[in-house]
Write a protein that binds this ligand. Structure first.
Ligand SMILES: [Zn+2]
Length: 479
C-alpha cells in the first residue's frame, strides 16, 4: 500500500468496521504499539505479569481490536504506560477512550494504591473482566466448570450432531509435553496402518448383499484345506477340464476317466462313475433323485445345511470330506497312476470319525480348567523404595504424568509405579513410538523415566489398585 514512488495517500472513502481492509490497517498500526511496549519491557522499565516463577513475562495481549495490558500496580508503571501509549497517540492521531477502558487489580493490591492508580489513569475499576466471545476472562483457578456454560452455549445454539461434539471433546488441551505432529492412521487404536482396519472401514462403506451361505462354509468344522476346497467348488473354481479349456490351458474338456464329453464340477464330484459309486452307498435310495439333480451351489448348500445321509450321521461332514477325497483320488489316478480305493466310503467315514474326535478333544482342551487362582492385593514397596499407584483409565489425561513428576520433585529416586492398564504399560515400555493420540503422553513419560533414577513400571490388577482408581475418579468431579 505504501511505496517510495507513490508516497503517502489519504483514504477518501473512509474505513468502517466490516470493511475487509479494516483489520489489516488495524494490525499494521497496532503492531507499532506492541513493538513500543516490547522495547520498554526489554529496557526493564515495564514489569509485566510473570507466568510462574521461571515463566515468561506477559505485558500485553491483543485480540482483534481489544488490548489488554499487564503491569505491576505502581504509580511508576502508570507513568511508563502513559508515556508509551502517549507516544503512539501523538504519532497516529489516535486517542485513548477512557469510557471504554477499564482496570482490574489483583487481590493483593492495597485499596489506596488502587484508588491512586485509577485516578491517575482515569479508568473505571472493575472486579470482573467479564467474557470475551463468551469465554470468561478468569482471575482464579481454571477448572472444567469454567467452560461448562461455553460448551452448553455452543451445543445449544448450533445443530451439532453427536459425532461433531465428540470430535470437539476429543481435542486434547495444549500440553507442555506435546511433541512434533506425526502422520497417523486414524482407523486403528495405535495409529498404525493395518489392512484389517482399512478393510473393515471399506466393508462398512460398501453396501452389497453378502451371501449368508459363505458363513456356513467358513464356519464348517473340519480341516482348512477341505473348507477351502468347498469354497472353490461352490464358486465353480476347481480346475476341471472344462475350466482348463475356459482358461485356455487345454483344448480337451472331456473326462480323462470315463470319456464324458464335458468334465465340469458336477461331473467330477458327482456324476463320474467313480464319484457316483461313492455317493450311492451313504445316500439312501429314496433321496437319489433329489441328490443327483440341481445346480452345484444348490447342491452344496443343501448338503451342508440339510441331511441326505442315513440317520445318526454327520452328513455335512461326510459330504464335505467325500467330495474332497473324490477330487483327490481322481487326480491321483490321472496324474500319478494310482488306483481309486476299493472301499472309498469306509475310508471317508474313518476320516470323519477322526475329525469329530479331534474336534471334541480340541474343545475340551480349550474349555478345560486351565486357570490358576491367584491372590490379588496391594503390597507395600521394599525399604527405601516408594510406590506410585496410577489409574490407567485416567492416564490419557495430561495430568497422568504428574504423579511421576511429583515423585521426582520430592526427591524419591527409587520408585515402583503401578498401572492397572496393561496396554498403557506396553505403550510406555514399547520401543517404538506410539502413534495414537495418547502417544505424546507415553513419550513424555518415557522422558521422565529416562532421568537419573530407578523406576520399575509394572502392571497391577484393578482389584489391587482400588484406592488409586477411586481417587482418580473423584478427581474427575472436583471443581
Ligand atoms: Zn468321468
Amino acid at each position: 500500500m505504501f511505496c517510495d514512488s507513490c508516497g503517502s495517500f489519504k483514504p477518501s472513502q473512509g474505513l468502517q468496521q466490516g470493511c475487509p481492509l479494516s483489520p489489516y490497517l488495524f494490525v499494521l498500526c497496532i503492531g507499532r504499539v506492541a513493538h513500543s511496549i516490547k522495547l520498554v519491557v526489554q529496557s526493564g522499565r515495564w514489569n509485566g505479569f510473570r507466568m510462574g516463577r521461571r515463566g515468561p513475562q506477559l505485558s500485553h495481549l491483543f485480540f482483534a481490536d481489544d488490548l489488554i495490558l499487564f503491569s505491576e500496580a505502581s504509580l511508576l508503571h502508570v507513568g511508563v504506560i502513559q508515556d508509551t501509549l502517549g507516544s503512539f497517540c501523538a504519532a497516529s492521531g489516535k486517542t485513548i477512550s477512557n469510557v471504554k477502558s477499564t482496570i482490574f487489580f489483583s487481590l493483593n493490591v492495597l485499596p489506596e494504591t488502587r484508588d491512586c492508580i485509577a485516578t491517575n489513569l482515569n479508568f473505571s475499576v472493575v472486579t470482573d473482566m467479564g467474557k470475551y466471545f463468551g469465554v470468561p476472562i478468569v482471575h482464579s483457578r481454571v477448572s472444567k466448570n469454567t467452560y461448562v456454560p461455553l460448551v452448553e452455549k455452543v451445543i445449544g445454539t448450533e445443530d451439532f450432531d453427536d459425532d461433531v461434539v465428540k470430535r470437539f471433546a476429543a481435542i486434547l488441551p495444549p500440553s507442555p509435553y506435546a511433541k512434533e505432529d506425526k502422520l497417523v492412521w486414524g482407523l486403528s487404536k495405535d495409529g498404525r496402518f493395518s489392512i484389517k482396519s482399512a478393510l473393515s472401514f471399506l466393508k462398512g462403506n460398501i453396501s452389497h448383499s453378502v451371501n449368508p451361505f459363505w458363513q456356513v462354509i467358513w464356519s464348517w468344522a473340519s480341516p482348512e484345506r477341505i473348507r477351502t476346497f468347498l469354497w472353490l467348488s461352490y464358486h465353480g473354481r476347481i480346475l476341471t477340464n472344462v475350466q482348463q479349456v475356459h482358461r485356455r490351458m487345454s483344448s480337451d474338456p472331456s473326462c480323462a476317466l470315463c470319456g464324458e464329453a464335458r468334465e465340469d464340477n458336477f461331473h467330477t464330484l458327482r456324476d463320474c462313475p467313480n464319484a457316483k459309486q461313492v455317493w450311492l452307498g451313504p445316500v439312501p435310495q429314496c433321496l437319489w433323485s433329489v441328490f443327483f439333480s440341481g445346480d452345484i451351489r444348490t447342491r452344496i448348500e443343501a448338503n451342508l445345511s440339510g441331511t441326505f445321509g442315513r440317520e445318526n450321521c454327520d452328513w455335512h461332514l461326510v459330504f464335505g470330506v467325500a467330495i474332497w477325497y473324490i477330487w483327490k483320488w481322481q487326480n491321483e489316478c490321472i496324474f500319478a497312476g494310482l488306483d481309486i480305493p476299493s472301499t472309498p466310503i469306509a475310508l471317508i467315514m474313518k476320516r470323519v470319525s477322526n475329525f469329530v474326535q479331534a474336534a471334541s478333544l480340541s474343545r475340551s482342551t480349550v474349555l478345560g480348567p486351565c486357570s490358576d487362582e491367584i491372590q490379588i492385593s496391594w503390597s507395600p514397596p521394599l525399604v527405601n523404595w516408594v510406590k506410585l499407584n496410577t489409574d490407567g483409565s485416567v492416564i490419557a489425561d495430561s495430568s497422568s504424568a504428574v504423579g511421576l513428576q511429583l515423585a521426582w520433585q520430592f526427591g524419591f529416586r527409587q520408585l515402583v509405579a503401578e498401572v492397572d492398564n496393561m496396554a498403557t504399560v506396553n505403550a510406555i515400555l514399547g520401543t517404538s513410538s506410539d502413534l495414537s493420540h495418547h502417544g505424546h503422553l507415553a513419550d513424555s513419560i518415557r522422558d521422565l523415566l529416562a532421568k537419573d533414577w530407578r523406576v520399575q513400571l509394572r502392571h497391577n490388577y484393578r482389584e489391587a489398585n482400588v484406592c488409586a482408581d477411586h481417587l482418580a475418579h473423584m478427581a474427575h468431579f472436583l471443581p
